[in-house]
Ligand binder design. Structure first.
Ligand code: SF4
Ligand code: SF4
Length: 420
């Protein structure tokens, strides 16, 4: 690595050094409490998968380049120069961490490994050493925002093709109503789905059953900029949705079953005239207010458990709502142990599922503890509320032969709708 590149990367590092980050970089006492907190280490007990070890890779570069002692006396605290080899170590640490923050809730100092790994990911982006596919996907999303007119017609036709399936789930005649409204100025709620019918049909059925004044976003919720740890791309992708919500003057932006999209919109969209909700929160509200009714028949005789997506539950605070919904769907709900705040990551976050087959072997091995956690419940239905989690849990189901029916919570609600 030449000196110019190193200086450029260190400038990027500097942009991350807010008070919280400096605290994380300077606080670890190496007490080891986080060692077994990580699902990766529990499943594959190797030192490189300990949360504090991952953090140390970033910390050594910090000591070398940002601390006086490290500059003058590099062996002090194992300060380490930012080199090509160090970049490889950063890659290995960052792309074997799902950013689930389970280690953080065990650490007595609340050290946030996910935040420290965001430095690693940013340096990799700066060095063009990140997984290229994530950047390409992020750029595709950004381009879509810039050329809305170009794809609008195809999108509207695609949506039209889904209408009949929505009506079937809704179980009522549409009677001249727009089944999937798009671009409705003054709607109460903007629903931001993922690309794919599975993310639109059940949600549309529930919105219509609840009599919601809603409209579907032109944009898909997923934020590949966040997966790859690129703040500029993250914001550009986010801004497409924020601007659409402002243009349509909606009061609420409802994010589909995508954990990262929800956390990014909730935590990074700033102060806005609309509130941000997950679709799980909205469905729980409809049930609470009596706006929809569901029957337990659809899952009769089944044992149901729920996997909390890390970005929605531990990192987003949505813990009670899915349980409230499940109370209405089954008489045999079984909680996983340990309790939801300490729930194990599915093993697919942080962009690992988006990397597909390339990460499959690691994802399966590193989430063995998750497969065991699910199996101990005796469940036959495994519900979740995140696309990434659903994909990873389905892969685990096949790999470990768990014999589960892996379901999206939104689909379960839609399938159980009862017409009053
Ligand atoms: S954030 Fe999750 S995956 Fe990363 S080190 Fe902590 S427990 Fe492990
Ligand atoms: S629990 Fe916290 S302080 Fe202890 S080793 Fe892990 S990160 Fe460091």
């Amino acid at each position: 690595m030449d000196q110019q590149m190193r200086e450029d990367l260190l400038k990027l590092f500097q942009t991350k050094l807010n008070r919280a980050m400096v605290y994380y970089l300077e606080t670890c006492t190496r007490c080891g409490v986080c060692t077994t907190a990580c699902h990766v280490y529990q499943s594959m007990p190797q030192a490189r998968y300990i949360a504090a070890y991952r953090a140390e890779i970033v910390r050594r570069i910090y000591k070398k380049h940002f601390k006086g002692q490290g500059k003058l006396w590099p062996s002090y605290g194992e300060a380490k120069e930012l080199t090509e080899a160090a970049l490889q170590e950063l890659y290995d640490a960052a792309y074997s961490c799902t950013g689930c923050r389970r280690c953080m809730v065990y650490c007595p100092f609340g050290i946030d490994t996910q935040m420290l790994m965001s430095i690693a990911k940013l340096l990799l982006v700066g060095a063009h050493a990140e997984p290229e596919i994530l950047t390409l996907l992020a750029d595709t999303s950004i381009e879509k925002g810039r050329s809305l007119e170009f794809f609008k017609e195809g999108f509207l036709q695609g949506v039209k093709n889904l209408e009949q399936k929505v009506v079937e789930k809704w179980k009522l005649e549409a009677e001249g109503k727009t089944v999937i409204p798009v671009d409705v100025e003054g709607a109460e709620l903007l629903y931001v789905a993922l690309a794919g019918a599975h993310s639109i049909i059940p949600a549309a059925a529930v919105f219509n059953a609840a009599g919601e004044n809603w409209t579907l976003s032109f944009f898909e919720a997923v934020n590949f900029g966040a997966f790859v740890g690129d703040p500029t791309r993250t914001k550009l992708i986010l801004d497409r949705i924020v601007n659409e919500a402002l243009r349509l003057k909606v009061k609420e932006v409802c994010i589909c079953e995508c954990g990262t999209a929800y956390r990014v919109m909730k935590q990074l969209s700033g102060t806005q005239p609309f509130k941000v909700s997950s679709v799980t929160e909205v469905h729980a509200r409809y049930l609470r207010e009596g706006r929809i009714r569901v029957s337990k028949k659809a899952f009769e005789g089944q044992v149901v458990t729920y996997h909390d997506p890390c970005q929605i539950a531990r990192n987003g605070g949505v813990l009670e709502e899915p349980r409230f919904i499940l109370q209405h769907l089954t008489d045999d709900f079984r909680e996983m142990a340990p309790d939801p705040r300490y729930n194990y990551c599915c093993g697919g976050g942080g962009g690992l599922v988006a990397l597909g087959e390339d990460t499959l072997d690691f994802r399966m091995k590193s989430a063995k503890v998750k497969a065991e956690q699910v199996q101990k419940t005796g469940a036959t239905v495994l519900a979740t509320a995140c696309e990434n989690c659903h994909t990873q849990l389905s892969d685990l189901n096949r790999h470990y032969g768990l014999g589960l029916n892996v379901q999206f919570l939104t689909s379960m609600v839609a399938d159980a709708l009862v017409v009053s």
